[in-house]
Design a binder for this molecule. Sequence first.
Ligand code: MN3
Length: 206
Amino acid sequence: MNQASIASTSAHILPPLPYDENALHPVISSNTIGFHYGKHHQGYVDHLNKLIAGTVYAELPLETIIAETANKGDQIEIFRNAAQAWNHTFYWKSLNPKGGGEPPAQLKQKIEASFGSVDQCKEKWAAAATSQFGSGWAWLVQESDQLKIVKTANANSPLTHRMTPLLTIDLWEHAYYLDYQHRRADYVNAVLDKLINWQFAAENLS
Ligand code: MN3
């Protein structure tokens, strides 16, 4: 096998979107998805492949690259692109055209135990999302038997803090600016009410 074919077989690929680009309309437009998935997410994957070619990270799964480059100052570009590639795939799965509404029963019980009610969970999530200064992510996570809302800056992930991500909302301006401009709270609340994929969260419970 020559070098070129080794590189092409080990390269990370952009996973397919779980729905059509226009499926999240009117909460998130196909215009936003086209740039966000087709340019930003693709860009992180392409940049990652360039950065890891010929390095010790070249053959490793994405999660391993994230774990092994987190908090290593000299590998920060690899970490950022690997984490952004992972975060975006997780974000697309966190949304569903038929999302929102009531969580499945077992998840709902855990939400009520941790936050009081589903509404209180969503309020805390929206408050974290709107108070994140600059770019980042707002997550529903599981830490032992407790559910929590955490926010991370830039590419950072709960994966490297021993927490299990259940759902995420992208807070980078490219996620909402074409549709909502500066109104991040409107984007976050619309996602929580109409798109959030509670079924996916239930599948992620450990
Ligand atoms: Mn993004």
